[in-house]
Design a protein around this ligand. Structure first.
Ligand SMILES: [Zn+2]
Length: 191
């Protein structure tokens, strides 16, 4: 992943590339020239998940190791992204054909139903920029020495504080002991 990002993606890429988020096998990037960016990454892509009528649909690299898939299948674009903490983010997606807006939300440790029904894109945004913390209460079944009990839990669902990284501003951060961190309370080097 690092080799791909630094040596293949950033080198000679005609578009500015900003990393929004990364996971074991995925990257979320902000690019300012999408057409040039797609041309640059074309040799590393697996377009087999695209609609068969899509001009880019191709099965040549299907399921091959080291090739990337477009998670939005070429059918929608991501208009906004809010990344709060590891495994806690929200995407606002716009369907290319119908213009329909949908969201993809995750929050570690919170049940799927609670995320789907109770959390909104606005809550993620307010949490990032205004620091509004969101907590949720829900019932779960726990097993203790083979005895099942129903418990009521209250958990932190959204928070913009991440103790694992040094935070420069509400958007940019760096790992602790990074060369970018020079003094306490310094100005963000990316803004
Ligand atoms: Zn910044």
């Amino acid at each position: 992943m690092y080799d791909f990002f630094y040596n293949k993606l950033l080198k000679n890429c005609p578009s500015k590339v900003d990393l929004g988020m990364s996971d074991t096998d995925s990257l979320l990037l902000l690019v300012n020239k999408p057409k040039l960016f797609w041309k640059h990454v074309d040799p590393f892509m697996d377009y087999s998940n695209y609609d068969k009528t899509h001009p880019k649909y191709c099965e040549k690299n299907k399921s091959l190791l080291g090739y990337f898939k477009d998670e939005l299948c070429g059918s929608s674009t991501c208009s906004e992204f809010i990344g709060l903490r590891p495994k806690c983010y929200c995407l606002k997606l716009v369907d290319k054909k119908t213009g329909e807006i949908s969201t993809k939300k995750t929050s570690k440790g919170i049940g799927r139903v609670a995320i789907k029904n109770r959390m909104t894109f606005r809550q993620y945004k307010n949490c990032l920029f205004k620091g509004k913390v969101v907590r949720h209460e829900f019932n779960t079944i726990r097993s203790n020495k083979h005895k099942l009990t129903t418990i009521r839990q209250r958990k932190l669902a959204l928070s913009n504080f991440c103790a694992k990284r040094y935070l420069f501003c509400s958007i940019h951060s760096a790992p602790y002991f990074s060369m970018l961190i020079k003094t306490k309370n310094q100005k963000c080097p990316f803004c």
